[in-house]
Design a protein around this ligand. Structure first.
Ligand code: PLP
Length: 407
């Protein structure tokens, strides 16, 4: 059975050329870049090139790039590193739809006396910028808002948001883990102070990330140790993975145009065909401001997990927005924050493409998914009630959605 991988927001394939570039740094070029001798020096030169490659992808200066172990560490470092620098300020602003790498840091801080504001989103998954303006105070240490949402692909007007925050003299961080490599990012033209990215979302391996810190931004190290990364992150550099991230950055820059034309067209073709062929299908999120590779679809009155399992049996890998973690029946916090009714939120599936996907991949999904949905609806009492015109239970219609919205 052929694997049809449409779960690229979860992780991407390491590009073969990226892997190849990494290999010498496990074997022959194993020196420590901090060493004084020639052997360490040659590794340090490759590290410098990787820093330049990553900087080029986001229009930054190489000295503004700090290598980390992953996107989660970058997010933690940006938030904690800023709070350490402004010990007198106790207010943090985020959005309700952040990734747990930001959301749970905020909750951790809340339990330790910080005041957290979680900005709400509308039905399209977009923020109200007036609300943002109103919540900023003298006590606000940091605003951290993602560039693009991992579940829906919705893109926030991040430069506009950063400008509002900068006007008030408050530092601004963005979790751009899903955006970097998929849409153009240019720190030279943007008021963003800090930005997180992650290697495994852009065809480098898992376990490598970077934090962009604009020159002049107040920042104290989160990982404290040696003087590596110009004193901003202790720990001997993960050289092979940093080399991989550098090559992946170059790879993504070279394929950015393709991502926004061919991949976008494939995504649109998949979405349009499924909407045509499957009744009671909803696109979650702002279709006009979305990553080119992502579609989040709700198939009403059935369970996302069941759809995923049956797709998986056909070799298709996707993701569900309603992971019933720890026995909870709650659908994703993102869809809940958007007010998506439970009947739809439970049946949501995210397809996320990459430049490795083909028309044939999309055609397989267009063929296999409609009968899967029909099969599940045939055995769904909720679908039967809907067809019979019976009223839904309040829980299932999201009548009580406000009680389930996070925070
Ligand atoms: N932020 C967002 C928006 C993500 O989608 C992810 C990964 O899913 C992360 C942060 C965490 O990145 P990592 O897996 O590299 O820790």
């Amino acid at each position: 059975m052929k694997t049809i991988y449409l779960d690229n927001n979860a992780t991407t394939r390491t590009a073969p050329e990226v892997l190849e570039a990494m290999l010498p740094f496990f074997a022959d070029l194993y020196g420590n870049p901090s060493s004084m001798h020639f052997f360490g020096g040659q590794v340090a030169r490759h590290l410098k090139t990787a820093r330049e490659q990553v900087a080029a992808l986001i229009g930054a200066h190489p000295s503004e790039i700090v290598f980390t172990s992953c996107g989660t560490e970058s997010d933690n470092a940006a938030i904690m590193g800023t709070l350490y620098s402004y010990p007198e300020k106790k207010h943090l602003v985020i959005s309700r739809v952040e990734h747990p790498a930001v959301l749970n840091v905020a909750h951790h801080l809340q339990a330790r006396g910080y005041r957290i504001t979680e900005l709400k989103v509308d039905g399209q998954g977009q923020l109200d910028l007036e609300e943002l303006r109103h919540v900023l105070t003298e006590d606000t240490a940091l605003v951290s808002i993602m560039t693009a949402n991992n579940e829906t692909g919705v893109i926030f007007p991040i430069d506009e948001i950063a400008a509002i925050v900068r006007e008030r003299g408050i530092p601004f961080h963005t979790d751009a883990v899903q955006a970097v490599g998929k849409i153009p990012m240019d720190m030279g033209r943007s008021p963003i102070d800090m930005l997180s990215l992650s290697g495994h979302k852009l065809h480098a391996p898992k376990g490598i990330g970077a934090l962009y810190i604009r020159k002049g931004t107040r920042f104290a190290p989160f990982v404290v140790g040696g003087h590596q990364e110009a004193g901003r992150r202790g720990g001997t550099e993960n050289v092979p993975y940093i080399i991989g991230l550098g090559h992946a950055a170059e790879f993504c820059l070279a394929h950015l145009e393709e991502e926004n034309t061919r991949v976008r067209a494939l995504r649109d073709r998949l979405e349009t065909a499924l909407l045509e062929r499957i009744p009671n299908t909803i696109v979650n999120g702002d279709r006009q401001h979305r990553l080119p590779n992502t579609t989040n679809l709700s198939f009403e009155y059935i369970e996302g997990e069941s759809i995923l399992m049956l797709l998986s049996d056909e070799g298709v890998c996707a993701s569900s927005g309603s992971a019933c973690t720890s026995g909870s029946l709650q659908p994703s916090h993102v869809l809940r924050a958007m007010g998506v009714p439970f009947t739809a939120a439970h049946g949501s599936i995210r397809f996320s493409l990459s430049i490795y996907n083909t028309e044939e991949d999309v055609d397989v999904v267009i063929d296999v998914l409609p009968p899967i949905i029909q099969r599940l609806r045939d055995i769904s009492p909720f679908w039967q009630d809907y067809v019979d015109g019976k009223p839904m239970d309040a829980f299932l219609t999201g009548g009580d959605v406000a009680h389930h919205v996070h925070g």
